[in-house]
Write a protein that binds this ligand. Sequence first.
Ligand code: SF4
Ligand code: SF4
Length: 58
Amino acid sequence: MAHVINPDTCTSCGVCAEACPVEAISEGTDSYVIDADACTDCGTCVEECPTESISEAA
Ligand code: SF4
Ligand code: SF4
């Protein structure tokens, strides 16, 4: 499990990367991306994203 970012709606604002307590989010090619191995599923980024682009992976 981990959280994932929808590249279609992510605006690469960077808010989530600053909010993540374990620094699991970084800037990718088309959008910001979450390192599944580092993500602890805390949910902080979900609340911080202004475009609601982050959700829990199925
Ligand atoms: S759910 Fe928590 S640990 Fe995972 S990417 Fe978001 S802020 Fe970071
Ligand atoms: S906060 Fe949302 S829109 Fe901004 S970089 Fe993160 S996923 Fe993309």
